[in-house]
Design a binder for this molecule. Sequence first.
Ligand code: 2AM
Ligand code: CA
Length: 260
Amino acid sequence: MQELAIDLIKRAGNYIRKEIDHAYAIEEKTNRSDLVTEIDKEVERMLIKGIGEVYPDHGIFGEEGMAERPKTLDGTVWFVDPIDGTMNFIRQKRLFAISIAIMVDGVLMFGFVYDVMADELFHARRGGGSFMNGVRLARLEEKEVKDALLCMNATWVTRNRRIDPSLLGPVVTDSIGCRAIGAASLELAWVAAGRVDGYITMRNMPWDYAAGQLLIEELGGVVGSIEGTPMDFMGQTSVLAGSRTFVEDVLTYLGDEKNA
Ligand code: 2AM
Ligand code: CA
């Protein structure tokens, strides 16, 4: 499965790099910041076809819905995001990723995040560690918020529909800085690589976070919801990711604020 996933990702990466400078159709999905292009759809079709040829009985959750989604997580299921960070793909032509995770009977077994333009492939295998371009990544450093470089979109500290904007403000204030990439899978991969120390978002789907989650867990880190609950992989969720120390510290901030 790992060999197939990496082969498909590399082929899809070549295709994206070839098409990125050509004209392509862009559509809005739920709102004007939620975009899909014909490249996203074609890459998802390529990935689904490639998986289906070798494993016709595996389920596939693809973001763009090019295959019928499974009803449950029984058996082997693949979470596929053909382009995570479509806005970056369109506007910046960099900092977007192909994200694939493989789950067996509800347990994440493999995760792949491929930064297409940087040619950086992050991969993890349950019990086998996490790697970037084949080089093993180090365990996450345990860091409290005050020593952490955060990764979070400014959306969540301004007026928004999902969280009181005053809750995460103190976390940003006390941290050593705040960055945002705009591609969740890559933000999680950067936590795994120690380039940032934590990632927070209020709005992610399993194909955004599943691969990155395994990358982080294999390095001793924690990925859960902002309420401190485990992921359920069946719908939209918040994500709080980092070393155990970081995650527990953020939960303390949120608890203190809620109880104040
Ligand atoms: P996408 O580019 O694959 O849509 C942007 O901050 C991050 O959030 C990206 O990883 C983006 O993935 C994801 N995202 C954007 N809109 C979303 C939505 N409505 N639900 C879940 N994730 C979303
Ligand atoms: Ca996508």
